[in-house]
Write a protein that binds this ligand. Structure first.
Ligand code: HEC
Ligand code: HEC
Length: 401
């Protein structure tokens, strides 16, 4: 279920104009607040605009009680919401056959020219769907693909991605199905020569021939096609959902978040992070400029403009989901931030009308972001035995002396 919202008008004092294609009932950014009009932010709930800053050092003016947990819940619910169990696509109905096939394909390195790179190489499902390979003792900013090539952009997580209104940092793929074959053919990722090479690799595996036929009975004469490959991987990705303590809170459990997290949620709402990080995925529903309030320094990647060739899209990126964000660093489209506190501080300063936040506020927001860390679907992400490949035999261990 998607809602496509395009927000334009990034200049100072301009009114944000939103055009939303109505694909779902999600309530996103109903307010009339502009990024430069702090007085209106938070006014929906009657909260004083600057109440957050009243206490010296930025601490809470009052301890968060159960009552305010309830009021936070009612503020947050229409802006954020609980994750659904899966992200459905009527054009690609979910079936066990497709999901099982997608599971194998996701892990299969034979979809790469080197036969060494699978989706899981860069989007490691056991590690929150991001690339955990290290370079010089830290996670790489960008991923190593075919022939030791590195791309320009950080690898986003595949978890909950199917909920986004579009895929990639610049939104150039409409959904996970549309996205799925692109890395396979990308010369610096999996680098297959063309569709024919991909289809030949799949047809060479008898079990795939059977599984495609079972998953796509409507195309019985020729089930192995790029479109069906996309659908199988897409159906699998639509199940990669990570329910978190925050969802229990959205469901009405006022004890699901601890005090620091509740305080962080209050700041998150007060600062107006939800103007952009909205919907159940806490993002993924809008395109926004990086540097809304003041120019982001030293930007190289032009974001959406590189795809749309439209000047208004310069430095505009899809607002990322903040689900599991504590686990998915380094952050930003270029992986330029290695500390979550640092990027949260910069977000407040460069993206929100409320401006800089204190260290204590930043820490509370980071604690709140921790409540978005979800459970991984263990069964669904087991490393599968791939058809037509002998399972690696464990080398015999020397017997203990
Ligand atoms: C070499 C590393 C690499 C491999 C292999 C790879 N990806 Fe990605 N993936 C990336 C990068 C980098 C991006 C972001 C690119 C961009 O936004 O321009 C991305 C983006 C995505 C997204 C969009 C997520 C979002 O939030 O917008 C999805 C979904 C995805 N990949 C799924 C897959 C699937 C499925 C496969 C296997 C068929 C795969 N990827 C293989 C690196 C990789
Ligand atoms: C005006 C819109 C806007 C507002 C307000 C906003 N953000 Fe963002 N945020 C973005 C965009 C766009 C990106 C992605 C930019 C990029 O990668 O170049 C982003 C990225 C992030 C990231 C990095 C995520 C990742 O996976 O790399 C974090 C964390 C984040 N924002 C947190 C926050 C917090 C916390 C607030 C409130 C203090 C906030 N944002 C306010 C638009 C916004």
């Amino acid at each position: 279920m998607n809602r496509v919202c395009v927000v334009s008008g990034f200049a100072f004092a301009s009114v944000l104009a939103m055009a939303c294609q109505d694909k779902a009932e999600l309530a996103v950014y109903k307010g009339k607040a502009t990024p430069t009009d702090p007085a209106t932010i938070g006014s929906k709930t009657g909260a004083k605009a600057d109440s957050r800053f009243e206490v010296d050092g930025g601490g809470a003016s009052q301890p968060i009680s159960k009552v305010s947990a309830a009021s936070l819940l009612s503020r947050a619910k229409p802006l954020l919401g609980a994750l659904a169990q899966q992200a459905d696509n009527p054009a690609n109905p979910s079936t066990t056959e497709k999901i099982d096939l997608g599971h194998l394909l996701y892990f299969d390195p034979r979809l790469s020219k080197s036969q060494k790179i699978s989706c899981n190489t860069c989007h490691d499902l056991a590690s929150y769907g991001v690339d955990i390979r290290e370079k010089n003792g830290a996670r790489s900013r960008t991923s190593e693909g075919h022939d030791a090539h590195f791309g320009e952009r950080n690898t986003p997580t595949v978890y909950n991605a199917a909920f986004h209104m579009a895929q990639f940092w610049d939104g150039r793929a409409v959904d996970v199905e549309d996205q799925a074959t692109k890395p396979i053919l990308n010369p610096i990722e999996m680098a297959m020569d063309d569709d024919a090479a991909v289809l030949a690799a799949l047809k060479a595996v008898p079990q795939y021939v059977e599984m495609f036929a079972a998953a796509f009975p409507e195309s019985a004469s020729d089930p192995i096609t790029m479109a069906n490959l996309s659908k199988a991987i897409g159906a699998y990705e639509r199940k990669l959902v990570t329910p978190a303590p925050f969802d229990r809170f959205m469901g009405g459990d006022l004890t699901a978040l601890d005090e620091a997290q509740l305080l962080g949620l209050q700041y998150f709402l007060d600062v107006g992070c939800t103007q952009c990080h909205s919907g159940p995925a806490v993002g993924g529903m809008q395109f926004q400029k990086l540097g809304t309030i003041k120019p982001w320094p030293d930007l190289v990647d032009e974001g959406r403009a590189a795809h749309t060739k439209n000047a208004i899209d310069k430095f505009v990126f899809k607002v990322p989901s903040l689900r599991n964000v504590t686990e998915t660093g380094p952050w930003l489209h270029d992986g330029s931030f290695t500390e979550l506190e640092a990027i949260v501080g910069k977000m407040a300063e460069f993206q929100s009308a409320r401006g800089k936040v204190t260290l204590a506020e930043t820490e509370a927001i980071v604690a709140f972001l921790g409540s978005l860390k979800g459970e991984l679907p263990k069964e669904l992400i087991k490393v599968p035995e791939l058809p037509g490949i002998e399972p690696a035999v464990e080398p015999a261990k020397p017997s203990p002396i």
